[in-house]
Design a protein around this ligand. Structure first.
Ligand code: PHE
Length: 345
C-alpha cells in the first residue's frame, strides 16, 4: 500500500521530467494537467492520510518536489518559447520587396471632365464654381426665365422643401449669373459641376448629372466665334467625328443652337441611345440674350457674348461607347476597373 503510493509519485515525477513540450498549445495542456485547478498532483497530497506517520514527512516532501518540478518545467519552457518568438520577429528580412499596392482608376466622368477642362484651358477659359443649392433668381430669373415662363418646364426642378425660392440648380448657367454679376468683361469662364433635374431615370437620362457650361463676353463677340469654339472642342474631344448645329431655343440665348455628334445607327443599342436618328445631342449654345446681360449689370450696347452648356455623362458615353447612363452612377467595380489604364494626365 505504502509502496504503491510512493511509486505513483515517482512515476509522475518521471513523466514530468520526460514529457516533451514544443509549442504554446502543448505548454497549456501541461499547465492544465499538472498545475491547473483540477491537476493530477492534488489527489497525491490527499493520499497522505493513508501513509504511516513515520513516513508522512518523507511522502509530503516527495509530492512537494513533484509539484515544484512541474512548476519549474512550466517556467523554463514558457521562457524558451517566448524567446524563440522574439528571435523569429528579429529574423524578418527587411530587404524583401514589399507587397505591391493596387492602383485605383479614375471615374470616366472625371476623365472626361478633366479633358474638357484641359481643352478649354487651351482656349483661355478659366474655371468658375458656385453652390449646388441655388436661388431661383440666379438659376432662372436672371437668365430671362421669370416665374411662370413656359421654358421652366424644360427643366423639371427639385425645390427645397418649404422654401420654393431655393432649388437644386438645374444647370450650371446659374454660375454664369454669379460671374456676370461680379466680374467685368472680358469674361471667359467654364462652369463645371453637378446639376439636378426631376427626370425619370432611364438609359439616356438621370436625375443628377454633370455639366460644363461656358461663357465668353467681350466686345464684338460673334456667332462665328461660338461656332469656331465648339468645332475646336469637338475636334479635340472626338477627333474627326461629324457634328451638326441645329437651330433651337433657350430663354437666355438668341439665336440658339443645339450641337449633335454622330454616334451611328447600326445596332439595336445605337438605335436605342439615339432614338433611331444616329445623332446624339451633346450641347446647347447661343448668343447671350442682351436682356440677360442687362439683368446682370453688363452694358449690352458695348458687349456681346456666347454661352454653351453640355452634359459630361453624354460625352463620356460617346467617348467610351457606354450605352446606359446609369452605369456611371452605380459604382460597379467591374465597370469602373475597365478605366484603369486610361490615363488622360
Ligand atoms: N443651360 C442649358 C441646359 O442646361 C444649356 C445651355 C447653356 C444652352 C448655355 C445655351 C447656352 O440645357
Amino acid at each position: 500500500m505504502v509502496i504503491d503510493a510512493f511509486d505513483k509519485v515517482r512515476e509522475l515525477q518521471a513523466i514530468i521530467a520526460a514529457g516533451k513540450i514544443e509549442n504554446k498549445e502543448e505548454l497549456e495542456a501541461f499547465r492544465i494537467q499538472f498545475l491547473g485547478t483540477k491537476n493530477i498532483i492534488k489527489p497525491l497530497f490527499g493520499a497522505i492520510r493513508d501513509i504511516p506517520n513515520e513516513r508522512k514527512k518523507e511522502y509530503g516532501q516527495l509530492v512537494n518536489a513533484v509539484k515544484q518540478s512541474a512548476e519549474q518545467k512550466f517556467e523554463q519552457i514558457s521562457k524558451q518559447l517566448n524567446s524563440k518568438a522574439a528571435n523569429e520577429v528579429e529574423q524578418i528580412d527587411l530587404t524583401a520587396p514589399g507587397e505591391t499596392i493596387e492602383l485605383g482608376s479614375r471615374h470616366p466622368v472625371s476623365l472626361v471632365l478633366n479633358q474638357m477642362i484641359e481643352i478649354f484651358d487651351r482656349l483661355g477659359f478659366t474655371i468658375a464654381e458656385d453652390s449646388e443649392i441655388e436661388d431661383d433668381w440666379h438659376n432662372f430669373t436672371a437668365l430671362n426665365t421669370p416665374e411662370d415662363h413656359p421654358a421652366r418646364d424644360m427643366q423639371d426642378t427639385y425645390y427645397i422643401m418649404n422654401d420654393p425660392s431655393r432649388l437644386l440648380r438645374t444647370h450650371t448657367s446659374s454660375v454664369q449669373s454669379h460671374v456676370m454679376m461680379t466680374q467685368e468683361p472680358p469674361i471667359r469662364i467654364i462652369a463645371p459641376g453637378r446639376v439636378y433635374r426631376n427626370e425619370t431615370i432611364s438609359a439616356r437620362a438621370h436625375c443628377q448629372f454633370h455639366q460644363v457650361e461656358g461663357l465668353y463676353i467681350a466686345e464684338k463677340v460673334s456667332f462665328a466665334d461660338l461656332r469656331q469654339t465648339i468645332y475646336y472642342f469637338a475636334k479635340e474631344m472626338f477627333g474627326s467625328t461629324k457634328i451638326r448645329m441645329r437651330p433651337s431655343f433657350f430663354p437666355f440665348t438668341e439665336p440658339s443652337a443645339e450641337v449633335d455628334v454622330w454616334w451611328g445607327c447600326e445596332t439595336e443599342t445605337d438605335k436605342r441611345i439615339t432614338k433611331g436618328t444616329g445623332w446624339l445631342e451633346i450641347l446647347g449654345c447661343g448668343m447671350v440674350d442682351p436682356a440677360v446681360l442687362k439683368n446682370c449689370g453688363i452694358d449690352s450696347e458695348k458687349y456681346s457674348g456666347f454661352a454653351f452648356g453640355m452634359g459630361v455623362e453624354r460625352i463620356a458615353m460617346l467617348k467610351y461607347q457606354i450605352d446606359d447612363i446609369r452605369l456611371l452612377f452605380e459604382n460597379d467595380v467591374r465597370f469602373l476597373r475597365q478605366f484603369k489604364k486610361t490615363a488622360i494626365f
